[in-house]
Design a binder for this molecule. Structure first.
Ligand code: DCP
Ligand code: MG
Ligand code: MN
Length: 328
């Protein structure tokens, strides 16, 4: 669940680093999602700059960087650190909350209440499993594994295994690995698999996902289930005996919603936010299911017919970006 740190080879990497640390603090400890988004937006803007920022006032000219962040950049340039961040990091309660939120299934509110009950380490958490649900227990069990990045090659191999078993189940099922893998990253935090079937059109398809998960359990690939519904599986898998256990998400999408689903599930989350905002400005509402025009009444109309990812960009007049270009 830790978001990848800023790319180390960009000229403003150190600014991005402290902005992302502040973002984590706002999400996990303050629980201020607006500030979280603001810090992430600022980091994303800075990470895309080809040259080094040399002053706060220069940074302020950028879209997404205001007075407060400009001041922090000046402080960081002058002193090499940020007092606010030092204070945050030196507070042991903050540190404990941050640690516990790294367990899959533990959110900021749960972490807060555990710390209030005096649980501040993974060892203590392990002794109080009665306070955890199934997802959180598995998250704790695989704490180290789930924080290890997954090399691209391993995801490719897992995809091959899944494909083989899907073919045996039903040769018409299609699978696309999305997320950071589809954006071309060398390593990923988890595996995001999207499946669809030509005969699955909107109507509920009660058993497809359960059959898929069942088959992948039977062959030993899926080792844990965190949650399983009609369209969404969250769990864990292992390529072979002795391999690291990996987080695996599977979503089942109706065939006619495939391109909106693949766009959403490819991300990044920041890119999705920007694209959805652009869609609204162009008079459309975009989500993982459909693209719909929003009339003057504000009520969304019937979904637009989509035949490719590019169609979605074209409809809202947004310049097409390949998955590799969507990582900000
Ligand atoms: N997503 C989103 N908003 C969220 C969470 C997810 O739009 N709050 C979408 C975009 C993500 C995709 O789902 O790219 C997959 O989510 P992940 O958390 O798996 O993120 P990534 O695959 O992008 O990165 P990682 O390598 O950390 O898994
Ligand atoms: Mg992912
Ligand atoms: Mn995921």
């Amino acid at each position: 669940k830790r978001k990848a740190p800023a790319d180390e080879d960009t000229p403003n990497h150190d600014f991005c680093e402290f902005l992302l640390e502040l973002a984590e603090y706002e999400k996990n400890v303050s629980r201020n999602i607006h500030k979280y988004n603001a810090y992430r937006k600022a980091a994303s803007v800075l990470s895309a700059l080809p040259t080094r920022i040399t002053s706060g006032s220069q940074a302020k000219k950028l879209n997404g960087i205001g007075e407060k962040i400009a001041k922090k950049i000046d402080e960081f340039l002058a002193t090499g650190k940020l007092q606010k961040l030092e204070n945050i990091q030196n507070d042991s309660k903050n540190a404990a909350i941050n640690l516990l939120t790294r367990v899959s299934g533990i959110g900021p509110a749960k972490a807060q209440s555990l710390v209030n009950e005096g649980i501040t380490t993974l060892e203590q958490l392990d002794k109080h499993k009665d306070k955890l649900n199934h997802h959180q227990i598995i998250g704790l069990k695989y704490f180290d594994d789930f924080e290890k990045k997954i090399p691209r090659q391993e995801i490719t191999e897992i995809e091959t295994v899944i494909q083989k078993h899907l073919r045996q189940l039903d040769p018409d099922i299609q699978i696309t690995i999305c997320g950071s893998y589809r954006r071309g990253k060398d390593e990923s935090g988890d595996i995001d698999a999207l499946i669809t079937h030509p005969s699955y059109l909107r109507k509920k398809n009660k058993n497809t996902l359960k059959n898929v998960v069942g088959a992948l359990q039977k062959c030993g690939l899926i080792t844990e289930t965190l949650s399983l519904g009609d369209t969404k599986f969250m769990g864990a898998c292992k390529l072979e005996e002795g391999s690291v256990t990996r987080r695996l998400d599977i979503r089942l999408t109706p065939y006619d919603q495939f391109f909106c689903a693949v766009l959403y599930f490819t991300g990044s989350d920041m890119f999705n936010k920007e694209m959805r905002a652009h869609a609204l400005e162009a008079g459309f509402t975009l989500n993982e299911y459909s693209l719909r025009p929003v009339g003057s009444t504000g009520v969304p109309g019937e979904p637009v017919e989509i035949h490719s990812e590019r169609d979605i960009f074209d409809f809202i007049g947004y310049p097409f970006k390949t998955p590799e270009e969507r990582s900000r």
